[in-house]
Ligand binder design. Structure first.
Ligand code: HEC
Ligand code: HEC
Length: 355
């Protein structure tokens, strides 16, 4: 990649056939044909190295009985204290695997402290939760069930409830588990979640189908690279690979206004290291057009606003309206297809699933 000294011409038009973008390209041995190594003014279509971004990997193969069990648990309100909430309540497939509220509403209408991130492609992240306090999906799944303001149950009750349901006992056996236990429940949920990989137009584009993204999306992709979003939104999920300060170059919380909350402290709450204050896991940008509102505090209702703030507080740049529009168009190319097995088949609602 070369986003070096060249003045950027983004925001007007980046001609897809541009070979050299005039100006201060260092003089090199003259070559009659474009030398692959020199990579002059790459455009989305000519870019050969897309690092640090990448197409999504294939979802792991999970045997059907385990997949169906995990899916059933993910949709089952029996995992909550009063039978009103399931994982899917706050991680809705109609909302990109997240929830259309600033912060989550848990059992008995209690308003939680933080915005619900998406479960789609979550298995690709280095750790789980905004502050990274869970190592992986199975460890994560233990959290909401017993969280008094989320699902508000106790694991003892949940294990007893499912263990008394013959259809669950059979389903755990069919999935290869020895009995119903907390570890087996969270393992099955994590296995289901690991299959929620959502490839879309951007992946087809990276695979060589240059028609998969329209001109504006391609321009937005180049802007996303050139201005430096890729410094943090990396990898196949365009995020999930590091913890970064919210407000790397400008104080986000002063800009936002309002009281600082405990949730605003971010990773500091978990590590208690001063250097981690206001650090958050960089969220994935996959399906981001569907997961409004944005940021850990859900303070941004629309995606253009979130992109503009990112430019300002993470990169010290005032993005132009055209740049913001192009980036938002590109982010739309990160909408993917949910695997067909993700939703409960209508005929197999949790209570009626016994065969
Ligand atoms: C009441 C709403 C609610 C319910 C119910 C709920 N979650 Fe969440 N979930 C959240 C919120 C809010 C967060 C972020 C919490 C944080 O980071 O501190 C979250 C975080 C997560 C994450 C981490 C994603 C990431 O990028 O870090 C995963 C995975 C997840 N939930 C899966 C589940 C599963 C599985 C269940 C059911 C066992 C569940 N959730 C139930 C609201 C909910
Ligand atoms: C220095 C690292 C860094 C850079 C550079 C960066 N981001 Fe972010 N981005 C983050 C972090 C950290 C968050 C989560 C912040 C929070 O929720 O408080 C985030 C959140 C977002 C969100 C909201 C996602 C959600 O689910 O709530 C969007 C959209 C986004 N970034 C887009 C961009 C764009 C576009 C650029 C380039 C203009 C960019 N980011 C540059 C670190 C970065």
């Amino acid at each position: 990649m070369s986003r070096s000294l060249r003045p950027l011409v983004i925001g007007t038009t980046v001609a897809l056939f541009t070979v050299a973008c005039g100006g201060n390209e260092p003089a090199e041995a003259p070559t009659p044909t474009p030398a692959p190594a020199a990579e002059p003014a790459p455009t989305a279509a000519t870019l050969t190295n897309h690092a640090p971004l990448a197409a999504l990997p294939a979802a792991p193969e999970v045997p059907l009985p385990k997949l169906e069990l995990g899916r059933r648990l993910f949709h089952d309100t029996a995992l909550s204290g009063d039978g009103t909430l399931a994982c899917v309540t706050c991680h809705s497939f109609e909302h990109g695997g997240a929830e259309p509220r600033r912060t989550s509403t848990g059992i008995r209408g209690q308003v939680g402290p933080i915005n619900s991130p998406t479960v789609l492609n979550a298995s690709l992240a280095i750790r789980q939760f905004w502050d990274g306090r869970a190592a992986d999906l199975a460890e994560q799944a233990a959290g909401p069930v017993a969280n008094p303001i989320e699902m508000g149950a106790t694991w003892e009750d949940v294990v007893a409830r499912l263990g008394a349901d013959e259809s669950y006992v059979e389903a755990f056996r069919a999935a290869g588990y020895e009995g119903v236990s907390q570890a087996n429940i969270t393992d099955a949920i994590a296995a289901f979640e690991s299959t929620l990989i959502t490839p879309g137009p951007f992946d087809r584009f990276l695979g060589g189908d240059l028609t998969a993204m329209n001109e504006q999306q391609q321009r937005g992709y180049m802007t996303f690279r050139e201005v430096g979003c890729i410094a943090c939104h990396t990898g196949p999920a365009l995020g999930g690979q590091s913890f970064q300060k919210m407000g790397a170059v400008q104080d986000y919380f002063a800009l936002r206004g309002g009281e600082l909350t405990e949730a605003d402290q971010g990773r500091f709450n978990f590590t208690h290291e001063e250097g981690d204050r206001h650090f958050f896991k960089v969220p994935t940008l996959r399906n981001v057009s569907q997961t409004a509102p944005y940021f850990h505090d859900g303070s941004q209702a629309d995606l253009s606003g979130a992109v503009r703030i990112m430019g300002q507080v993470q990169l010290g740049r005032q993005l132009t309206d055209a740049q913001v529009a192009d980036i938002v168009a590109f982010l739309g190319a990160l909408d993917g297809e949910l695997p067909a097995h993700a939703r409960m088949p209508a005929a197999a609602a949790p209570a009626a699933a016994a065969e």
